[in-house]
Design a protein around this ligand. Structure first.
Ligand code: CDP
Length: 789
């Protein structure tokens, strides 16, 4: 059932679900009183700097670190050869590949870690890097999958036994025969070849570590910029051979992550090894350039999509082939079974049963990554492909793109919907969302204005993107990362005075968990949000979980929170029956208290009950009011929405400007509408960046051209359009509170709307594609090309 808003069941004072409670974490962030890894300074702490390869592909002939070692203030210089002695020169990646910690044989991308200096202060460490002499023999460089897959291409991963080419994986989904038949029946086949460029999450805070291994006790305390502290602890135990119970990962405040803080980076392993050997804490904080050139990038998918369509405008089938540029090591953080993440959700919001998706990955001489940058494992690329294809299909058939979508959307009564490539969409109402967006821009009238404007030589265009996301991995039967099942957990303790503490396995990077998860507890137990503390990011003090990425916190940890709160409420009912000397069945609950049916005066508050749990519990009952729940979701949740963008293109320069951007989002029940709007605004800004200005490029020698923020652009308030936010509410049927994730939808769904709008504006020229980012010179070139034909 879709509604436009969700009515809170709790009062404003309690502040449960549906209230725009002010973010409790913001006081310390705004006052500059946050505590980040960079703020951690321990007695006797040493500092690490990393020497990185200037070349994208080269043999290492020799490394001479004598001068650096002799430099005053330098404590140690570490090379790959040193790490080999500890079996730590290579480490496993989250995709089951191997990655060099410090290069021993070859360097495989510009920025790769070659040696590390440990010194008394960070400046000495940095200075000493220039004293290390590395003799390289240059090798041919591969910067795209086409070169990588070409006959006779140099094998980048010659370290891997049996690897004779640059193929990383081959993976397929869907039904080839059924799809071939659909294409044979098609009246029209629409084709689109496009590249979703490489981008970088570029969080405000770069990655860092303070590794502190106590030589006396063997206790390893690792302060880490980590979106997944528990998984990282397990991986440290496996990689470094440290006993897991002696590893404590502390992920303090994070200044953004967006997927960038999911992988384990070589620097973390080197710092731990250095602290272990030297016996002192070792700190490493990346520079901006190091972050951009060597840590987890995103996207870089070369896609070809085909839609088989009937002359009446029905989609009959889809083919998608995709080759992904994985860089030198396959280090995507994604479910083990799914080599191309959830790219096979590329059938989008449309009802057809014939689809075949073929995916390949290629090694290149670029940084590894492929992280879920505000994206649930490659859905951004999938969503972009289908929304661009659908737009082109409508034009090819001379149909209105909005009407074409409405005709092909999955209908509300078809949910749960089994998609052609194996997803079970839990709920949706795509027609209502798109209609709401169209109404907001007065679509019909706009088309008339557009026709008039064209007569005057003005090129205005409207673009639509209707996306479906799949967020909240598990379920564990299908989803694991390096074998760790994708569950999550919540531990809730109500103290005698009725104040509570909630501990979670996920980790906020700024999304407001301290506020919203307290709201879930407030909703379930009626304890005011101000009386609930939320703790995350310390593996010694929180229950196990797989972490925060792919908008999984709300669907998984949020569900765990609701379930454990409900369990405590059941125990509270027993305590209330004892206190009121009534039968449990005679009690009614309203947020914050139990009362006897028909006698509302006979009541006890949750605070009274909490006190009784420690002071006056019935005989035979275990004392206390606390518990932990591990939640294994039965399915993903499927947020959706429709975005409509209006642009005007100047054909003389190719410059395009956004006149309006309307966003209709549906993330199910909104826990905190203000935070949801904030998430969407941030996501839309990143979607606009992808469409208009942001990409990572490399020259033919593999030099990264975007190693700083003058060259890798982050939109400011100056260029970001004003977003008009609307919503519908279609609760997830299986989630305990009906919530779906929202952290990434806007980044996933919105880029296609901008590109579709520019393409729409250029219809008079017959332009059918411009790759992202839609830079003015590309628009201008497309117009010139069209005019010369
Ligand atoms: O996993 P991550 O926290 O990045 O993403 P999320 O689960 O989509 O949540 C992002 C923020 O939005 C959190 O503070 C959520 O609690 C909040 N949210 C909400 O208030 N209502 C929803 N239906 C979904 C998320």
């Amino acid at each position: 059932m879709t509604t436009t808003e969700h009515q809170p069941i709790t009062s404003k004072e309690i502040g449960g679900i549906g209230h725009s409670v002010r973010r409790v974490e913001d006081d310390r962030f705004i006052e500059g009183a946050g505590n980040y890894v960079g703020d951690v300074n321990l007695p006797g702490m040493l500092h690490m700097a990393i020497l990185r390869s200037p070349l994208a592909h080269a043999k290492i002939l020799s490394i001479d670190s004598t001068a650096a070692t002799d430099h005053p203030g330098v404590v140690a210089v570490i090379t790959g050869a040193d790490l080999e002695g500890f079996n730590l020169a290579w480490m496993p990646t989250l995709s089951g590949d191997t990655q060099a910690v410090l290069a021993t044989d070859k360097v495989r991308f510009q920025g790769q870690e070659v040696a590390a200096v440990i010194a008394e202060d960070p400046y000495i460490a940095e200075d000493a890097l220039s004293l290390i002499a590395v003799d390289y023999e240059e090798l041919p460089v591969i910067t795209n999958p086409e070169q990588a897959m070409a006959e006779g291409a140099p094998v980048i991963r010659d370290d891997k036994e049996g690897q004779t080419d640059n193929s990383v994986y081959h993976w397929e989904a869907g039904d080839k025969d059924l799809t071939d038949r659909a294409f044979a029946d098609a009246d029209v086949v629409v084709t689109l070849e496009t590249h979703y460029p490489r981008s970088h999450p570029a969080p405000l805070e770069t990655c860092g570590v303070v590794a502190d291994i106590n030589p006396a006790t063997g206790q390893a305390t690792i302060h880490l910029t980590s979106q997944a502290p528990h998984a990282h602890r397990t991986l440290f135990a496996l990689v470094a051979g440290l006993p897991e119970h002696k590893i404590r990962i502390i992920s303090p405040d994070l200044g953004g992550g967006f997927g960038n803080k999911v992988p384990i980076y070589p620097a973390y392993v080197i710092a731990v090894a250095a602290s272990l050997v030297i016996g002192k804490p070792v700190k490493f904080i990346e520079s901006r350039t190091e972050n951009l050139i060597s840590t987890g990038f995103a996207r870089d998918y070369y896609m070809k999509g085909e839609l088989a369509v009937s002359s009446e405008g029905r989609i009959l089938g889809m083919r998608a082939t995709m080759v992904s540029d994985q860089g030198a090591f396959f280090a995507d953080a994604q479910p083990t079974k799914l080599r191309a993440g959830l790219f096979h959700i590329c059938t989008g919001s449309y009802d057809f049963q014939a689809a075949h998706v073929v995916t390949d990955g290629a090694y290149t001489n670029k940084a590894p990554g492929g992280v879920a940058y505000r994206c649930s494992f490659r859905i951004t690329e999938a969503s972009y492909l289908i929304e661009r294809l659908v737009e082109n299909a409508a034009y090819e058939l001379d149909m209105d793109p909005a009407e074409f979508r409405m005709k092909n959307f999955i209908k509300p009564d078809q949910f749960p919907y089994h998609s052609a490539t194996g997803f079970v969409y839990d709920s949706g109402d795509y027609h209502t969302a798109l209609q709401k967006a169209l109404d907001a821009v007065d679509y019909e009238n706009f088309r008339k204005e557009q026709a008039e404007a064209r007569k005057e030589g003005r090129y205005i265009g409207i673009g639509i993107s209707s996306f479906t996301e799949a967020v909240g991995a598990g379920p564990s039967r299908d989803y694991d990362i390096v074998g760790l099942k994708m569950i999550d957990s919540a531990e809730l303790r109500v103290h005698p005075t009725g104040k509570a503490i909630l501990k979670l396995g996920v980790k906020s990077q700024g999304q407001g968990h301290e506020t919203t998860f307290a709201q879930i507890v407030a909703n379930e137990l009626g304890i005011p949000v101000t009386d609930i503390a939320v703790v995350e990011g310390d593996t010694d003090n929180t229950p196990y979980g797989l972490g925060t990425y792919g908008s999984r916190s709300t669907p998984v940890a949020g569900a765990a929170t609701a379930v454990i709160a409900r369990k405590l409420r059941e125990k509270a009912r027993k305590l209330a029956a004892h206190l009121l000397e009534a039968s449990e069945d005679d009690l009614e609950w309203e947020p914050g208290k139990f009362f006897v049916k028909g006698a509302p005066d006979r009541s006890v508050t949750i605070q009274d009950i909490a006190f009784a749990a420690y002071t006056n519990f019935p005989e035979g009952m275990e004392a206390g009011l606390e518990g932990v729940h591990y939640y294994d979701p039965p399915n993903l949740t499927y947020p959706f929405g429709s975005y409509v963008v209006i642009v005007e293109v100047d054909p003389e320069t190719g410059v395009w400007k956004v006149d309006r951007m309307v966003a209709v989002d549906d993330c199910g029940v909104r826990i905190n509408p203000m935070i949801v709007d904030g998430q969407i605004t941030g996501g839309l800004t990143e979607g606009f960046a992808a469409a208009s200005m942001q990409w990572m490029t490399f020259d033919d020698d593999g030099n990264c051209m975007n190693s700083n923020m003058m060259d890798y652009l982050i939109p400011t308030a100056w260029e970001t359009p004003r977003f008009e936010l609307h919503s519908t509410v279609t609760p997830s049927p299986h989630h305990p509170i009906g919530a779906k994730g929202v952290g990434e939808s806007a980044t996933v769904g919105s880029p296609a709307a901008y590109v579709n709008a520019v393409i729409d504006a250029l219809r008079p020229f017959g332009t059918t594609n411009i790759d992202m980012p839609v830079l003015p010179h590309r628009v201008w070139a497309a117009i010139q090309e069209a005019q010369s034909e």
